[in-house]
Design a protein around this ligand. Structure first.
Ligand SMILES: [Zn+2]
Length: 340
C-alpha cells in the first residue's frame, strides 16, 4: 500500500470533517435537532399542570373554565412572540352556540378555536396546520375531569412546538411554509371546532398541505405495558404516500419511536381515523396524520390527571410532531396526494 505523508493525512482529515457538512446544509432540509431539543419535559409539565388543573373546570366547550384555559394558551403565544394569523383580528376564531348545538342540541355556549401563526419565508401561501383540541368534558357529579392526556397533552405539545419554530425563526431558520397552530374546541361533542374551521377556513383548504393532529400522547395503553417508546400513527398513508414516508424518515432520523399502525387499518373496529380532528381535513382531501397513545383505564374518567402523565413519552412524541412539521414546512415539494 502506498505510504501517505502526514501533511496529506491532515489534509484528508480536514476535508472529510469540514466539507460534507457544508454540502449537506445546502442540499437537504437543515438539521432541526437544536430546535427540537428546546421541547423539554419540564416545560411540558409546567404547562400541563396548569391547563389540566381544577381551576380550568375540565374545559367543557363554551364554559368559563375552557375560556380561562384559552387565555392561558394565548398568553403563552404572546410571551413567545408568536402572533395570531394574518387576516385574523385576534387569537380567536369564534364559533356560535348555534353551530355547536346544531347536531345534538347539547345546550353548549359560544366557544372559540384558538390560533397562532408563523409565516413562511419562501412559500407563505402554503399552510401546514398542527392541531389539538383543548376542550374536555367538564365537571360531572362534582368531580372535575381534568383531561390531562385528553387532550391536555396535545395542547401543551402545540405550545412547545410553536416555541421551537419561533426560536428557529429568530435565529434566521424560520419555516419556508406558513404554520397554523390550531387549538380546536368542541371535539368531545363531535369534532365541532375542526369542522367549523374546515367550513370557514382562514386559509384556503386547497393551500393547506397537511394537518398534523395530536390527541392523547402522554400515556401508554395496555398493549404497550412494557415500554412507552411508541406511538400509534393513523392516517398518514390514506391520502399521500409522501406524507407516510416523511413521517417514517423523520422518526428514524431524530426520535426513534416504534410506530404502531394497528389503528390505521380501515377495518379496525375502533375507527380512530374518523374520531379526531384531522378527519375534518382528510375528508376534504388534505393529507393528515394523527398521533395517539391509545386508550387507558382513565380515558374519559376523572383520573386523567397530570401526575399520571409519562413526561418522557410526551416529550418524545411532541418532538416527533415537531421534526415532521419541520420537514413538511421546509422541504422542496409539498406531499403529493396520490390516493383517494
Ligand atoms: Zn381527545
Amino acid at each position: 500500500m502506498k505510504k501517505i505523508s502526514l501533511l496529506s493525512l491532515l489534509l484528508i482529515l480536514f476535508v472529510s470533517c469540514v466539507s460534507p457538512k457544508s454540502i449537506i446544509s445546502e442540499s437537504i432540509t437543515e438539521d432541526p435537532t437544536k430546535y427540537m431539543n428546546t421541547i423539554t419535559a419540564d416545560e411540558l409539565k409546567t404547562h400541563l399542570y396548569i391547563v389540566a388543573s381544577d381551576s380550568m373546570e375540565g374545559r367543557e366547550t363554551g364554559s368559563a373554565g375552557q375560556k380561562k384555559a384559552g387565555v392561558y394558551l394565548i398568553n403563552q403565544y404572546k410571551k413567545n412572540n408568536v402572533p395570531f394569523p394574518k387576516g385574523a383580528e385576534n387569537y380567536y376564531q369564534p364559533i356560535p352556540a348555534a353551530f355547536l348545538n346544531a347536531k345534538r342540541n347539547e345546550n353548549l355556549g359560544d366557544s372559540e378555536n384558538i390560533w397562532a401563526y408563523i409565516e413562511g419565508s419562501e412559500k407563505p401561501n402554503e399552510i401546514l396546520v398542527i392541531s389539538a383540541h383543548y376542550d374536555h368534558v367538564g365537571i360531572k357529579n362534582g368531580e372535575v375531569y381534568n383531561g390531562a392526556d385528553d387532550d391536555g397533552s396535545g395542547t401543551v405539545a402545540l405550545l412547545e412546538i410553536a416555541q421551537a419554530f419561533e426560536i428557529a425563526k429568530k435565529e434566521g431558520h424560520g419555516p419556508k411554509r406558513s404554520i397554523l397552530f390550531l387549538h380546536v374546541t368542541g371535539e368531545e361533542h363531535g369534532l365541532h371546532g375542526s369542522r367549523f374551521y374546515s367550513e370557514n377556513p382562514l386559509f384556503p383548504i386547497a393551500n393547506t398541505i397537511t394537518d398534523i393532529n395530536i390527541d392523547m400522547i402522554g400515556r401508554r395503553d395496555e398493549a404497550h405495558a412494557s415500554s412507552n417508546n411508541y406511538v400509534y400513527i393513523i392516517g398518514s398513508d390514506r391520502l399521500s404516500t409522501d406524507l407516510d414516508n416523511i413521517c417514517k424518515v423523520a422518526n428514524a432520523k431524530y426520535v426513534k419511536l416504534d410506530f404502531d399502525y394497528k389503528y390505521n387499518n380501515p377495518m379496525d373496529p375502533n375507527h380512530f381515523y374518523e374520531r379526531s380532528d384531522h378527519y375534518n381535513f382528510a375528508k376534504n382531501g388534505v393529507p393528515a396524520v394523527f398521533f395517539f397513545n391509545g386508550v387507558h383505564a382513565d380515558y374519559h374518567k376523572a383520573g386523567d390527571e397530570p401526575d399520571k402523565i409519562e413526561y418522557d413519552a410526551l416529550t418524545k412524541r411532541a418532538k416527533l410532531a415537531f421534526v415532521i412539521a419541520w420537514e413538511l414546512a421546509n422541504r422542496e415539494n409539498k406531499p403529493v396526494v396520490d390516493k383517494k
